[in-house]
Design a protein around this ligand. Structure first.
Ligand SMILES: [Zn+2]
Ligand SMILES: [Zn+2]
Length: 292
């Protein structure tokens, strides 16, 4: 890329930046105005625009002071600076989200969000030209960006990807369809788990009861088959949904369905059949393992 920029380039960048500010897209605006002052550090409109595109008042103040140094006659820079310094004087740290200009905008400023005491720790935040703020936590500085949508994200929100890092939204969208499980899928999986398990275990209990010691062998053979059967049925109904949520739901479902056969003997003063317990546990582990 050549570093030669005509006045046209800068005029376009400023126009685009101002349009982005009006549209409330401070991220786009920030990119444009940063570029302007990078290319031409004496551009007053660039510094004023940048002041409008960042949220910390300290940072706004710094940019506006620069604009005023460059052009002492700029009433816009002066008015904005007064506004920002008034905000700083009453201890405000961050401008409310989406405010396009720091200048007298009674509608926008009336929506000033209340600032929590926690934000005061940023009071002596040292403004730097390249600070970005996590788009989920606007009060957190970060040098990280989502490699897909390029929005700034903090280390806590970041999701590691094979290449670079993603924001939570992009990470979710990138998961294979099979792992995008809806509440409806989980409800269906849970019901199938409970009902299926109740009947499977009820039938299994009759057989195992008759077989005595050999019941252990039968349980050992039968459980993986029943677990597999659960997964086949679920695959049909949920179109092959997988993942932790499915595993937990189905595991609990099968457990709940089997619960009466474990609890009932206790209530009758007996110990539940050991082969049956083995059968239940193995059915759950097979189904859960297969749903990974
Ligand atoms: Zn993203
Ligand atoms: Zn964050």
């Amino acid at each position: 890329m050549t570093e030669f920029h005509t006045t046209d380039d800068i005029a376009t960048l400023i126009q685009e930046g101002q349009a982005a500010l009006l549209a409330g897209d401070t991220y786009e605006a920030r990119q444009r105005f940063r570029r302007v002052v990078e290319v031409d550090p004496t551009n007053v409109a660039g510094w004023i625009g940048l002041a409008g595109a960042v949220r910390p008042y300290k940072e706004k103040q710094q940019y506006l002071q620069r604009a005023l140094e460059l052009d002492q006659t700029s009433t816009e820079a002066r008015a904005s600076l007064e506004y920002v310094e008034a905000k700083l004087a009453i201890g405000e740290i961050l401008a409310p989200r989406g405010v396009s200009t720091p200048v007298d905008d009674p509608i926008l400023t009336s929506f000033d969000v209340p600032h929590s005491a926690a934000q005061n720790e940023y009071a002596d935040l040292e403004p730097a030209t390249d600070i970005q703020y996590c788009y989920i936590h606007p009060d957190r500085e970060t040098g990280l960006r989502c490699t897909q949508c390029e929005r700034p994200i903090c280390a806590e929100c970041m999701v590691r990807a094979p290449v670079g890092q993603l924001c939570p939204e992009c990470a979710r969208a990138r998961r294979p369809r099979n792992y995008q499980v809806s509440a409806g899928n989980l409800a269906v999986a849970g019901v199938i788990g409970i009902v299926g398990s109740f009947f499977a275990n009820f039938v299994a209990a009759q057989f195992l009861f008759m077989l005595g010691f050999f019941a252990f062998f039968l349980a050992f053979i039968l459980a993986p088959m029943i677990g597999e059967l659960f997964v086949r049925i679920l695959d049909r109904v949920t179109h092959g949904k997988r993942g932790k949520e499915m595993q937990v739901t189905v595991g609990i479902g099968i457990g709940l369905g089997a619960a009466p056969l474990i609890i009932l003997p206790f209530l009758l003063g007996a110990f539940p059949s050991l082969p049956l317990l083995l059968f239940i546990i193995m059915t759950i582990t097979t189904a859960v393992a297969r749903l990974r």
